[in-house]
Ligand binder design. Structure first.
Ligand SMILES: Cc1cc2nc3c(=O)[nH]c(=O)nc-3n(C[C@H](O)[C@H](O)[C@H](O)COP(=O)(O)OP(=O)(O)OC[C@H]3O[C@@H](n4cnc5c(N)ncnc54)[C@H](O)[C@@H]3O)c2cc1C
Ligand SMILES: NC(=O)c1ccc[n+]([C@@H]2O[C@H](COP(=O)([O-])OP(=O)(O)OC[C@H]3O[C@@H](n4cnc5c(N)ncnc54)[C@H](O)[C@@H]3O)[C@@H](O)[C@H]2O)c1
Length: 450
């Protein structure tokens, strides 16, 4: 067994997405010598082709719709979204696809950046191009890429969009087909609608967001403002005369100028030398234990683990791995992982979808809602609380800024705050958070009846 001094670095991270960067900063802060290997842009998918540009492209349509809802403001909205200005703002938000700022941040944080293709070359060893480096710990953070399903014809089509082309769009298409109504599909469908495209959104499931509690997907489907084609899978995909065409079992055909495939992700596990460390990935990614450890001196964080595919989860895994490497035994706890879909209305969920006690309260029951829209009693907007009778075990909501105000449920679930204490919490008037008090009171009377 060699001593740590014999290694070139204490830690090498392969993959500089947000989780890899976050992890590297944590171990650098702990005094370790750390390098990140990155072959594209430091910051990865989230920074350049996912979270940041998608949320930026959603904002213009959302802001306009919000103003149009408000008597006194709606009259001031006389034009349409300026798509060119929105795309310029997107370019600003992704630093025009330049990671010089991220590289400076890394240097200032004590992280070395090794540019190139990284792969394991045996235990404690990483090859970067023609160079080989050693480290006591190697962290795999290679992320994921778009999965293209085996629909006949699809994989041979020219110019099919994934999240990369959609978020980096230069010209808004007239008609956009979106295949897959998960978080990527619903967000991009609404963003492009807001930017002036006519969008058809397709999913094999019978409601959008099929991985989330069903009521959320059904409510969002009604409110999305996008043409939906649900409940059947395309049987063929083709491209002719400048049009993408999807065929369906019932004979229906959908046509678009562009086709965005948003049917899920596949972990980047190939070509990274896993076999040199005796690691066999499963279809979801690289298996880790609760410490994010894969094998002696080998760790994995982020989408490549296939555990949640969310930036905040990858960063959390990075903190857990860093704590273990720095000498504090730590395990991941996934009981309260918050998810937010940034559509209008926003969708948010955390913890269990169902339990012994479940109550749903409408947002029209809080005064804040009517200050947003006159149609407050007919718009979809609710909060569902789930409990085992003692503590909250889950919560989900749809409504304005639901991703912000649902987070008190995240704390309550993670900290196992007793329902009696939650009932004693004062919620400010008039906020959407008052829906918690309404829900908790209903939950309380329900559990007392049982
Ligand atoms: C459209 C879209 C919107 C999203 N929005 C959100 C959101 O709002 N909130 C949220 O929490 N999550 C969101 N996600 C998910 C989020 O983007 C991912 O969970 C996150 O990017 C995962 O980070 P990662 O570092 O694991 O992977 P990645 O971001 O893929 O980064 C991996 C990095 O590793 C590099 N790399 C890979 N292999 C090698 C190699 N062999 N050598 C050197 N470098 C390598 C890549 O170049 C890349 O930079 C979204 C996803 C999509 C598709
Ligand atoms: N706001 C956010 O946090 C955010 C936004 C976008 C993506 N993400 C994350 O990124 C990851 C990827 O999201 P995603 O939406 O790309 O994938 P996903 O796997 O979450 O959803 C894919 C969707 O495609 C559908 N689908 C699959 N194959 C199909 C087919 N052949 N025909 C029709 N429909 C098909 C599925 O039913 C599902 O609804 C997820 O983990 C997601 O949570 C997060």
């Amino acid at each position: 067994m060699s001593s740590p001094d014999q290694y070139d670095y204490d830690v090498i991270v392969i993959g500089g997405g947000s989780p890899g960067e976050h992890f590297a900063a944590a171990v650098a802060g702990g005094g370790l010598r750390v390098a990140i290997v990155e072959r594209e842009l430091l910051g990865g998918e989230c920074t350049f082709w996912a979270c940041i540009p998608s949320k930026t492209l959603l904002r213009p349509g959302e802001a306009l719709a919000a103003a149009r809802d408000v008597p006194g403001a709606s009259a001031a909205v006389t034009g349409q979204v300026d798509a060119a200005a929105a795309l310029a703002w997107r370019d600003f938000m992704v630093s025009s696809y330049d990671d010089a700022g991220a590289e400076k941040w890394a240097r200032d944080t004590g992280i070395e950046v090794l540019r190139g293709d990284g792969k394991l070359a045996g235990p404690h060893t990483v090859a970067v191009g023609a160079t080989t480096c050693t480290a006591e710990h190697v962290v795999l953070a290679t992320g994921s890429e778009a999965f293209i399903p085996p629909i006949p014809g699809l994989r041979d089509l020219p110019g099919v969009w994934t999240n990369r082309e959609a978020t980096a769009v230069k010209e808004i298409p007239k008609r956009l087909l979106v295949l897959g109504a998960g978080p990527t599909g619903v967000e991009m469908a609404q963003a492009f609608t807001g930017l002036g495209a006519s969008v058809a959104l397709v999913d094999g499931a019978d409601h959008v967001l099929p991985r989330e509690p069903e009521a959320l997907g059904r409510a969002l489907g009604e409110a999305l403002g996008v043409e939906l084609h649900l409940g059947q899978h395309a049987t063929n995909a083709s491209f002719a005369d400048g049009e993408y065409v999807l065929d369906f079992p019932d004979g229906k055909q959908l046509r678009g100028d562009k086709l965005l495939v948003a049917t899920g992700r596949t972990p980047r596990v190939h070509g990274i030398g896993l076999e040199t460390a005796g690691i066999e990935p499963n279809p979801r990614g690289i298996e880790t234990d609760e410490r994010m450890n894969v094998a002696d001196g080998l760790w994995a964080v982020g989408d490549v683990t296939g555990q949640w595919n969310l930036t905040h989860v990858g960063k959390y895994q990075g903190r857990v791995a860093a704590a273990n490497i720095l000498g504090t035994p730590t395990k991941v706890d996934y009981t309260a992982i918050p998810r937010v879909v940034f559509t209008d209305p926003q969708v948010a969920a955390v913890g269990a979808a169902e339990g012994d006690h479940t109550v749903t309260v409408h947002l029209s029951g809080v005064a804040r809602t009517a200050t947003y829209t006159r149609e407050y009693d007919s718009r979809p907007g609710f909060l569902t609380l789930v409990s085992d009778g003692n503590v909250l075990t889950g919560a989900h909501a749809i409504g304005p800024e639901a991703g912000e105000w649902l987070q008190q449920a995240t704390v309550a679930i993670r900290a196992r705050i007793p329902l009696d204490v939650l009932l004693d919490v004062v919620q400010p008037f008039p906020t959407f958070s008052e829906a918690f008090l309404n829900g908790l009171r209903e939950l309380d009377s329900k559990r007392k009846q049982k």
